[in-house]
Design a protein around this ligand. Structure first.
Ligand code: ADP
Length: 173
């Protein structure tokens, strides 16, 4: 665990749908209509209320974030953000991934949510190289924590041993 300007930054291995934070972040797609991976898991565990609110919102541009109920999940809210599909790194992927993390944190702050859990956005079906994605994720949360002291805890919830090991290494060094 790391503390930056009053914000705890921690990691855990597991399923984000089980995490009791003020907000959990969904790695959604532009249409916000659910999908595979963590998105599918959140909608399955949270129930149809989440999808109903997503439909009303109507979509989300890449790098931005939107908030809904958490339905049956133990968290209070779900923040849906859309990470980039990784092509070759020359299509603005880095900035878009950074924005996805940063804008999710800003939306949590605007809603007075002070504990937030993130999955490893874009590193599944969207193909972002895991190490690079972890560097960007960590930079975004550190930048946010340095700028605002309202966030109590930011948790990276890693689904695989590989992802967990990458974050552990990077947060140590
Ligand atoms: P993307 O389309 O943004 O790449 P994916 O859902 O395919 O999103 O993958 C993002 C990350 O979420 C991957 O590292 C995947 O292993 C992880 N993941 C999948 N299911 C869960 C879950 N229930 N909790 C946390 N992370 C998950």
């Amino acid at each position: 665990m790391l503390i930056i300007n009053k914000t705890k930054i921690s990691i855990m291995k597991g399923d984000i749908t089980k995490v009791k934070a003020d907000a959990i972040v969904n790695a959604a797609n532009n249409r916000l209509l659910g999908g595979g991976g963590v998105d599918g898991a959140i909608h399955r565990a949270g129930g149809k209320e989440i999808l109903e609110e997503c439909k009303k919102i109507g979509g989300c541009p890449t790098g931005e974030a939107r908030i809904t109920t958490a339905g049956n999940l133990p968290s209070k809210k779900v923040i849906h953000t859309v990470g980039p599909i990784y092509k070759d790194g020359n299509h603005g992927e880095e900035k878009l991934l950074y924005n996805a993390y940063y804008n999710s944190l800003a939306l949590a702050k605007d809603n007075k949510l002070t504990t937030i859990a993130f999955p490893s956005i874009s590193t599944g079906v969207y193909g972002y190289p895991k190490e690079k994605a972890a560097d960007i994720a960590i930079k975004a949360v550190k930048d946010f924590a340095n700028k605002y002291e309202n966030m109590e805890e930011i948790i990276f919830v890693l689904f695989s041993d590989e992802d967990f090991d990458i974050y552990q290494e990077k947060l140590r060094g």
